[in-house]
Design a binder for this molecule. Structure first.
Ligand code: WTA
Length: 647
């Protein structure tokens, strides 16, 4: 192994409270080989071990990547909520399912046991069913990170309804589009939320969105702050008042169902569907083997459940495995930069899972002495997700959060993959700061040369990352647009799933993710599509054309730069600010551009396509632009360079 390798801390295994699920790298390789050589047998065994089916499946999987028609556990039936709640409530009713850490540390935290969780979920199921929610309907959830958000997700799963969790940072317009797409008749929210000491007006945003969603018949509101809020009698109902009328247990025949679908909203409104059993198995297998989760563990994932990280690793993985999920309503810097450490100490967390963007921010302001009274010795595993983690940030994380005692796993995956694709197996895989390390069980990776379209075999190769074999938690379609699903993922390289990321495989077979090779921008771990931001800009009355480019940024990973030309070149003094506001209101504050550049014209190909490649090079300070002969008018480049150098 190369010298940058850090082996698992010697005391890791000795201090383990029980026994790790995989004990050696050899065991990992043996399991991995089995999973690739005989995937059906491997996944069938894992499914039977980790999930409870109400009806056995007759076929583990069918279909191919080439045809985009994969199906898992065919003929089988299970209920995701039963798997995440009932079976643990039966076996160990008093075990904590959720520990809630409120935004303000002075407020009381709450512990919800598995039996309490079952009661809450059952009551909400009773309510939703009475309001007409059935299997296959889509319920929209717009909530802060509180236990009721998890209850809402699980209640949908129990009915077989589809949950569309919209991150509570999205604007009313973005929420409106998602409610309309989903045709939701029921929306669940809170009166307000609290984040980083600030109030978020969730109900007000939903009210605004709902003005153009006449199909909404029920708005269920959980009282989080008790603020005075507008109320629409007939439509709006209080969670606390209403739910207590329903039975605390709902054993319905209808929740014994075939494998059904889950639903995820993407920033670009790409909605991916997965097999429920396949998705849940991906969550459970990675939770068990990558994170080494045991039922006694307290797993703290700081992701929001509006994004895939929260779906899989706040809700489904820890609860399917019957441990305790710690959910945090606030931000890493409120009221102080040591908040994560305090939460980990207070709730004796065994796992922490976060994003490099937060680590970069914290690294700037935390000194060793700030942490001297913290005892986090029970912390066993640290995860990183959402973007590449630079080696110096990795080392800081290992040292400052884990005291060089915990295993670090940099987990590479995507919304579409449902669960981890490349990650170090905690306590097993020798770590390399900056590398996501080795493939997860059942994931057959390929690096493809983007010029020749050939797969590059062996080590020391760089290209685009693809997957050669189906896996259970993969998205099976894009709702209402299967062609787009095929074109984005399967028609790029026939027989492969295309990730959209570039990667390097080093001399030890370790993977290093280089970032997106397409038009996806990753700001602070939030995945944004350039086209959604560009559409928002073009909606502004003065904008003629817009191009959105992601440029490297020290703090946020990438930052958005918007380059626009104006109708009749009509410049106003406030245009840059107006366009930032435009994006904040159409999408949300997290998508606001760092820079807006107004130019006379954008470089285009003869067929009129904006040449983003050249703009990206200009914005990152490169002086060689490659072939510029396709640009209609080369003089526009000079003008753009002038504008860039003035900002
Ligand atoms: C990026 C988030 C490097 C990558 C789970 C991917 C990463 C996109 C990592 C998916 C990582 C995620 N190292 N890059 N550990 N994790 N990415 O769908 O570009 O929000 O394609 O899912 O994030 O973002 P998404």
């Amino acid at each position: 192994m190369s010298e940058d390798t850090i082996s698992v801390p010697a005391q890791w295994r000795a201090q383990h409270p029980t026994t790790p699920h995989i004990v050696s790298l050899l065991d990992y390789h043996a399991l991995y080989n089995e999973s690739i050589q005989n995937p059906s047998a491997f996944w069938s065994k894992q499914a039977k071990e980790l999930l409870s089916f109400t009806r056995d499946f007759h076929t583990t999987n069918t279909g191919s990547l080439e045809n985009g028609d994969n199906a898992w556990f065919v003929g089988g039936g299970l209920n995701a909520c039963f798997n995440c709640v009932d079976r643990h409530a039966i076996q160990d009713p008093h075990r904590a399912a959720i520990i809630y850490e409120p935004d303000n540390p002075a407020d009381e935290s709450r512990v919800i046991t598995y039996s309490e969780l079952l009661r809450h979920v059952s009551q909400l199921v009773g309510f939703l069913r009475e309001r007409g929610v059935r299997k296959g309907n889509i319920v929209t959830i717009y909530m802060p990170m509180i236990p009721e958000a998890v209850v809402a997700v699980l209640a949908c799963a129990r009915i077989g309804a589809i949950h569309s969790v919209v991150f509570a940072g999205f604007s009313a317009e973005a929420l409106r589009d998602r409610i309309q797409d989903a045709k939701s008749t029921v929306v669940i929210t809170t009166d307000e939320g609290r984040r980083g000491g600030k109030t978020i007006s969730t109900k007000r945003v939903v009210d605004e969105a709902a003005r153009e969603c006449p199909e909404i018949t029920t708005l269920l509101v959980y009282k989080r702050t008790g603020a005075d809020i507008p109320w629409m009698a007939g439509r709006d109902v209080w969670w606390d008042e209403e739910l207590k009328r329903y039975p605390a247990y709902t054993p319905r025949k209808s929740w014994i169902q075939r494998t059904t679908c889950s639903y995820f909203t993407h920033p670009d409104r790409l909605e991916s569907r997965k097999d429920t059993a396949g998705y849940l198995l991906g969550a459970a297998v990675t939770g068990k083997y990558v994170f080494d989760i045991h039922p006694e563990d307290r797993f703290f994932c700081s992701g929001d459940i509006g994004w895939i990280t929260g779906h899989t690793y706040v809700v489904y993985a820890p609860l399917a495995l019957g441990c305790t999920t710690v959910i945090f309503e606030g931000t890493p810097t409120y009221p102080s930069h040591t908040r994560f450490w305090e939460i980990i100490q207070r709730h004796a967390c065994t796992h922490f899972y976060g994003a490099p963007t937060a680590f970069r921010l914290l690294k700037r302001s935390i000194e060793k002495k700030d942490l001297q009274n913290i005892d986090n010795s029970q912390l066993r595993v640290l995860g990183s997700v959402g973007e590449p983690i630079a080696p110096e940030i990795w080392k800081w994380y290992y040292e400052f959060m884990g005291n060089e005692n915990a295993a670090v796993t940099d987990t590479y995956w995507q919304t579409e993959t449902g669960s981890h694709i490349i990650a170090a197996y905690a306590g097993v895989t020798p770590m390399k700061p900056g590398s996501a390390t080795l493939p997860c069980l059942g994931i057959d990776l390929a690096i493809i040369d983007p010029v020749s379209d050939e797969e590059l075999k062996g080590n020391l190769v760089e290209g685009v990352l693809a997957i050669k074999q189906p896996w259970p938690s993969m998205a099976r379609t894009i709702r209402g647009n299967h062609d787009r699903y095929m074109d984005s993922y399967f028609n790029v390289y026939k027989g492969y799933y295309f990730t959209g990321d570039g990667a390097f495989r080093d001399q030890d077979g370790y993977y290093w993710i280089r970032g997106r090779v397409d038009d996806v921008i990753n700001v602070s771990g939030h995945r944004l599509s350039t086209s959604e931001i560009e559409s928002a800009l073009i909606e502004h009355a003065s904008v003629a054309e817009a191009a959105v480019i992601g440029v490297p940024d020290e703090l946020t990973g990438q930052a958005i730069n918007a380059i626009v030309s104006l109708k009749n070149n009509h410049m106003t003094e406030t245009i840059e600010r107006d366009l930032v506001v435009q994006i904040r209101t159409t999408i949300g504050p997290f998508a606001a551009p760092k820079k807006v550049l107004v130019v006379q014209d954008l470089p285009k190909t003869r067929s009129g396509k904006i040449v983003r490649r050249i703009l990206r090079k200009m914005l990152t300070g490169e002086t060689e632009f490659g072939d510029t002969s396709t640009a209609t008018d080369p003089s526009v480049l000079g003008e753009i360079l002038k504008v860039i150098s003035c900002v």
